[in-house]
Design a protein around this ligand. Structure first.
Ligand SMILES: Cc1cc2nc3c(=O)[nH]c(=O)nc-3n(C[C@H](O)[C@H](O)[C@H](O)COP(=O)(O)O)c2cc1C
Length: 446
């Protein structure tokens, strides 16, 4: 099975200074032409999928410096991701289309319906990134006073995912003969109403959409807590994992795959993608220069605000040039990402200033920087070392960073037999080597 390469398709790259860089998109807010171009770059590179992280709340209104300068993940001016991917499905043929939707503030029927539609529009290339929502502020847009507690979020997520899958199985694959001669549009024996009544949801079904081409669109998950890991092991086809070192990634990989047997699943039925920002130049010096140029575009207050957001603690209260403090875990932000940043900074003995600089371009301390061979070597080491089955590639600047990755690094991976030269299948599942799930209500039916 070749390495899996997903393209982080956010309109802005992974660096806070990104949008100001001379080679970055002009006017990246809600820009369809840019998104089309990025999709075409990923597809020309034979990458497996485009991946859109998402959230519903605009973040950082309380951090004026960062808010005005905007950070890539604060999402003040973006498209709703399934809507955007629906448009991109019309201008691409092979690349997978994965969007985020939350189980905490959405409804299972709506999510099942949106992703069934995207799977139809794209002829089997849709994926749902199931999140329980990292940003507490999202709650305020959905009639809540505060974020739902983690344990409840995960309990709800488990029930939510089971309903979505059940709804995708509402119809047998051949339920719609649409036969003008006999007058039979659909076969009433081939529909199953879910009639779900659970702790969090009540959903009668059936879904008002035929069974998706992939049976079930791919399910991604991303949480790394105990509950998050169990949800992945039981439910996910792919995991977006963030670890700062190969050793930690190997531990997470073994842990996640090791949990699958109790759910009757084989380790190969779930693919783990390591989040990685790739800074590549023709030479190592060029890669260093790109990063330096980006760093120069971030004033200190913006950098500090960004670190504060990542670790959930106001970092301007600590001396800039002294070692990163051992923040106690209660103060560490809402996700596993904050913990991993602090661990990385302390392991490397970084100061606060050095920590924010190292966090700016990357996700949780994980950056592969260098010339094309150096980057390919790192990717190969992680892949062969069972730290991951592939990568969620973020570029520091888009589109140039993704273009450089596809033109400089992917050919080396292909040369080494690590990555495809042509798409193997028609659907995202086929390209990832994942089986099409049988319809549980119509077992044995086509
Ligand atoms: C790599 C990664 C990517 C994530 N992407 C998103 C996202 O796009 N939108 C979102 O609302 N939450 C996102 N989350 C948050 C998770 O869904 C989850 O709520 C959070 O990580 C807390 O759960 P945990 O403690 O199990 O990690 C992401 C988490 C991780 C680790």
């Amino acid at each position: 099975m070749p390495m899996i390469l997903a393209a982080n398709a956010n309109a802005q790259g992974s660096h806070v200074g990104e949008w100001r860089h001379p080679t970055a998109w002009e006017k990246p807010a809600a820009n369809l032409e840019n998104a089309v171009r990025l999709a075409q770059i990923a597809e020309a590179g034979k990458m497996d999928m485009l991946f859109l992280a998402d959230g519903n709340g605009v973040r950082n209104l309380d951090k004026p410096d960062l808010f005005a300068a905007t950070s890539p993940s604060d999402r003040p001016g973006i498209f709703e991701p399934v809507t955007l991917l629906s448009a991109l499905s019309m201008v691409t043929q092979h690349v997978g289309l994965v969007a985020t939707a939350t189980t905490t503030y959405d409804e299972p029927f709506s999510v099942a319906r949106r992703f069934a539609s995207l799977d139809q529009l794209s002829k089997g290339r849709a994926g749902w990134n199931l999140v329980t929502t990292s940003n507490p502020g999202d709650a305020l847009n959905f009639s809540h006073d505060e974020h739902v507690a983690r344990a409840d979020r995960y309990e709800r997520a488990g029930e939510f995912a089971a309903i979505v899958k059940g709804l995708w199985d509402s119809w047998a694959d051949d339920a719609f003969p649409q036969d003008k001669a006999t007058g039979q549009f659909l076969d009433p024996r081939k529909v199953h109403a879910l009639n779900h009544k659970g702790k969090h949801f009540q959903v009668a079904g059936p879904l008002n959409a035929p069974r998706p081409p992939q049976g079930h669109p791919l399910i991604f998950s991303a949480g790394q807590s105990e509950a998050g890991r169990e949800l992945s092991a039981s439910t996910a086809d792919c995991v977006f994992a963030i670890e700062g070192t190969i050793e930690n990634a190997q531990k997470l990989y073994a842990d996640l795959k090791g949990r699958m047997a109790k759910y009757g699943r084989q380790p190969d039925e779930m693919k783990i993608l390591a989040g990685t920002t790739i800074v590549v130049g023709e030479t190592e010096a060029e890669a260093d220069r790109i990063l330096q140029e980006l760093e120069d575009l971030v004033p200190i207050p913006v950098g500090l605000d960004y670190l504060s957001k990542m670790v959930g603690t106001k970092m301007s209260e600590f001396p800039l040039d002294e070692p990163m403090p051992a923040l106690d875990s209660e103060h560490v932000g809402p996700t596993a990402i904050g913990k991993s940043i602090i661990a990385m900074a302390r392991a490397k003995g970084l100061t606060v200033r050095e920590t924010y600089k190292s966090v700016l371009p990357q996700m949780a301390g994980n950056i592969f920087k260098g010339d094309p061979v150096q980057v390919a070597d790192r990717l190969e080491a992680w892949y062969r070392g069972k730290a991951c089955d592939g990568f969620m590639v973020a570029a520091p600047v888009v589109p140039t960073g993704m273009e450089c990755f596809t033109k400089l690094v992917i050919p080396i991976l292909q040369e080494r037999g690590l990555f495809r030269r042509e798409y193997e299948g028609r659907t995202l599942r086929e390209n990832l080597g994942l089986a099409r799930p049988e319809n549980r209500f119509f077992l044995g039916a086509k």
